[in-house]
Design a protein around this ligand. Structure first.
Ligand code: XIL
Length: 375
């Protein structure tokens, strides 16, 4: 009897050692090996945090964030429509909670964002008067950047200012403030937040034409003697169409400007694209049908494997350029929490992240950590 018990004990020890990744908690299985530890000498590993997580109402999500990530970006709560809903009205509540959560858990905050044409409060969207826009622009940047200076690590100072052809996107800011508005945004942020890193963030800037526009924009900021510390390539790609060559060329081209390169909103969607172009423009939406939502009942293993390979290739590339790439942030914690379930088509079932709807690591998680182990 005693022998049998010790055999069982010995066997379970071996089994535990083999499954070293898995630590059982009452509610779920969580990998003990964490992304942030495995890549700690390479780059920060971040995630977007939604409002429930910021309020610490998603205990499994919050636990996973603390365990896996050392950088967070608020998915929505620091956007103008939420944090600055009226001319003299600011809602700092959730942003302050995010900062406190991050500080308590030794996590860096990338604040997102100061100037963006989307998710503006109605009082700004409807502004006709140039002086009012200028006043809003100055107040908004100065108030937020100074309040969080020394509390957040970095700001996305300007988000998505470029069009696909590399020219400046038509927006209320371009229209009322002219083409130096991006430089001015960085100048104001630099003054108000001397201890905070300042970034430009956009999607599709790995594409050659838009990349050229981003390079011109950065050079213009630098030529004005204004500080810009880095560029964020959002990274909302399709798992079967990751533009690896463009990404590599972009890392090289952007780092040649002397700034950090980051992948700031990474997710590799697996659902069909309603268009023949690739975009992350939140204002472009499409109607859906069953054909556009093929995996409503589960992710086929072949697709999960294809996605795992795409993530592996990407992280292999990121590691090759770890001197230049300073942060990789995923846009959401688990698949069920991803914005891609509702954009560009509402109500679909997408699987773009490393953790499934039960917070369990997917094949993509294991393929990503394998790149770190192979070093
Ligand atoms: C998205 C959020 O994930 C959604 O919750 C929100 O409804 C719309 O915005 N580029 C960005 C992000 O810079 O702020 C966007 O986030 C996704 C595209």
């Amino acid at each position: 009897m005693i022998r049998r018990v010790s055999l069982i004990l010995a066997l379970s020890t071996v089994l535990l050692a083999v499954c070293g990744d898995i630590e059982k908690t009452a509610a779920q299985k969580v990998p003990t090996r964490s992304l942030k530890d495995l890549f700690k000498d390479d780059f920060l590993i971040g995630t977007a945090m939604n409002a429930r997580q910021i309020e610490e109402k998603d205990s499994a999500g919050n636990g996973l964030i603390i365990r896996q990530f050392n950088a967070v970006t608020p998915e929505n709560v620091m956007k103008a429509e939420i944090i600055h809903p009226g001319w003299d009205k600011y809602n700092f509540d959730l942003a302050d909670k995010l900062v406190a959560f991050a500080e308590r858990n030794n996590i860096k905050v990338n604040a997102h964002n100061l100037i963006w044409h989307s998710q503006l409060p109605p009082f700004v969207r409807n502004m006709k008067n140039t002086d009012s826009v200028r006043q809003y622009f100055e107040n908004h940047i100065t108030t937020l950047a100074s309040r969080y200076d020394g509390k957040v690590y970095s700001w996305d100072v300007v988000n998505e200012a470029l069009d696909e052809d590399g020219s400046l996107r038509k927006s209320i800011f371009l229209d009322k403030l002219g083409d130096d508005y991006v430089v001015e945004a960085f100048r104001l942020a630099q003054k108000a937040a001397p201890h905070t890193k300042l970034y430009y963030n956009d999607y599709n800037i790995e594409q050659p034409k838009k990349r050229a526009g981003a390079i011109a924009l950065i050079k213009r900021i630098q030529a004005a003697g204004v500080r810009i510390d880095g560029i964020g390539i959002q990274g909302h790609w399709r798992a079967d169409k990751v533009p690896m060559k463009d990404i590599e060329e972009s890392i090289q081209a952007f780092s040649a400007l002397g700034i950090d390169v980051m992948f700031t909103e990474l997710d590799l969607g697996v659902l069909p694209n309603p268009w023949d172009h690739q975009t992350a423009d939140v204002s472009q939406t499409a109607a859906g049908n069953e054909k556009m939502n093929p995996y409503a009942n589960g992710l086929p293993d072949s697709v999960a494997q294809m996605q795992a390979k795409a993530y592996k290739d990407l992280f292999t590339l990121f590691l090759e350029y770890k001197k230049n790439v300073t942060r990789i942030s995923f846009w959401g914690v688990n698949d069920g929490q991803s914005w891609l379930n509702n954009w560009p088509i509402p109500g679909r079932t997408n699987y773009p992240l490393l953790f499934d709807r039960d917070f369990k690591p997917k094949p993509a998680f294991y393929s990503v950590i394998a790149t770190a182990k192979e070093k």
